[in-house]
Design a protein around this ligand. Structure first.
Ligand SMILES: Cc1cc2nc3c(=O)[nH]c(=O)nc-3n(C[C@H](O)[C@H](O)[C@H](O)COP(=O)(O)OP(=O)(O)OC[C@H]3O[C@@H](n4cnc5c(N)ncnc54)[C@H](O)[C@@H]3O)c2cc1C
Length: 401
């Protein structure tokens, strides 16, 4: 359960070097009991990096990669699910199976993004390793204004920066702590101060110059490796994140809503207004904007069960309960929640296809219904159509509307 096996040249079992799309890659195979925290250090010690979760308590072979798996490195390398090369599983009939691009391909497709607990039990996952990053820039800035209308204006301008931040390779989170203030913590992997300053530092200074009411403070800091960034920032200077409590919402359940690139680019004013309204109506927790879409997440040709909506988003926004995110529904039609960070009491559950897939996957895994609806949705979208999910406790259907 706690095993880690490193491979210099991993070829999925049953593949030959002539198999379509199969290549030798550096990789690590981890047992189902390994947590990201344990894996990060071991991977760093071998001069590699991989796409993992943000918390020490999240499993490296379980719900995170099986449900999608976002990371600040996702715009650089893709979601965790995009980077799993093989699963070893116990299937619902009790037999052992290996799923990869050369055998049990449907299972391999479904387990990369279809959600944890979908009818098979993963005993090991093999993750793609990338050469360690040797230069990263971390940005932390605080933007505040004297009142709500000026903050809404600033938030719209901040939103407008994101298509160019995506092109530069930035990722990270921003917190709207109240209706007059936000703090951003962004990471630019594989780049130096010059690009960081030109693409984020300078535009933020420009915003402050143009608006005398806006107070902006912050800095850029460079790191020689992802692990050093993680320990200094995410683990708050400790030698591990084990004692750092990342679940900071004091028992208040959160829900998420994916925000498409088009909404960020073309409706920044409406989006800013909606986020301020959420913050005002649901004051118990900060609104968190998670900027992990775009770049490698949006790359064409990814063929797995990750909800296709992920390929079109720049952010996903987390706030208190789905009631808060309902405010964003009209601005983000068909986008839904991230299943790994969804509200168990989701009011808009028929449009949250991942929750729907999960429920149906558990009940009707033999028919594979939960595993195929994301594909149906993708086909409708590819033909230019709109879709609607219809869920009952026993069945799920995607319909063209
Ligand atoms: C503090 C915190 C921080 C987080 N940070 C991130 C983040 O940075 N990025 C992100 O994408 N998500 C993040 N999440 C969400 C996280 O991805 C989900 O909570 C995920 O489901 C956790 O998976 P787990 O296996 O660790 O948890 P569990 O609760 O054990 O499992 C979740 C689901 O997966 C199933 N499952 C678990 N192991 C297996 C297995 N071996 N085989 C088959 N099914 C299995 C379970 O049955 C369950 O249905 C975070 C969550 C928390 C609590």
């Amino acid at each position: 359960m706690k095993s880690m096996r490193f491979h210099h040249r991993f070829l999925p079992s049953g593949c030959s070097h002539r198999s379509k799309g199969a290549t030798y890659l550096p990789a690590v195979t981890v047992g189902a009991g390994v947590k990201w925290e344990e894996l990060y250090q071991a991977v760093f010690d071998r001069k590699f990096v991989l796409v993992g979760g943000g918390s020490s308590s999240v499993g490296a072979a379980g719900g995170h990669p099986q449900g999608g798996g976002r990371s600040p490195l996702s715009p650089t390398f893709g979601l965790a699910a995009d980077n799993v090369l093989e699963f070893s599983v116990v299937t619902s009939d009790g037999s052992l199976a290996v799923a990869n691009r050369c055998q049990n391909q449907h299972l391999y497709w479904a387990m990369r993004g279809g959600g944890g607990g979908g009818g098979t039990f993963g005993i090991a996952a093999t993750h793609w390793l990338y050469p360690a990053l040797d230069s990263l820039v971390f940005a932390q800035y605080n933007l505040s204004t004297p009142d709500k209308p000026s903050f809404q204006r600033t938030l719209a301008q901040f939103t407008e920066l994101h298509p160019s931040l995506e092109r530069a390779g930035w990722a990270g989170t921003f917190l709207i702590t109240n209706t007059t203030e936000l703090t951003l913590s962004y990471l630019l992997p594989n780049s130096g101060m010059e690009l960081a300053s030109a693409t984020l530092g300078a535009p933020l200074e420009e915003l402050a110059r143009e608006d005398p009411q806006l107070r902006s403070s912050g800095s850029l800091q460079s790191f020689p490796s992802f692990q050093e960034f993680r320990l200094a920032i995410q683990c708050q200077g400790r030698s591990s994140c084990r004692d750092v409590d990342t679940a900071t919402t004091a028992g208040i359940p959160l829900a998420s809503r994916r925000i498409p690139r088009t909404t960020v680019a073309y409706s920044p004013g409406n989006l800013a207004e909606a986020m301020v309204r959420i913050r005002e109506l649901f004051p118990r927790v900060s609104l968190t904007g998670v900027f992990v879409g775009g770049g490698a997440v949006s790359r064409d040709g990814r063929d797995n069960a990750v909800n296709p909506a992920w390929r079109r988003v720049l952010w996903h926004v987390m706030a208190e309960l789905s009631a808060a995110n309902a405010i964003l529904v009209d601005l983000t039609p068909g986008s839904g929640a991230y299943g790994n960070e969804a509200d168990f009491d989701e009011a808009q559950w028929p449009v949250c296809v991942e929750i729907c897939m999960k429920g149906v996957g558990e009940r009707k895994s033999d028919e594979g219904n939960g595993m195929t609806i994301a594909k149906e949705q993708e086909e409708i979208q590819a033909s230019g159509g709109e879709w609607k999910a219809q869920c009952t406790p026993k069945h799920a259907k995607i319909q063209k509307v």
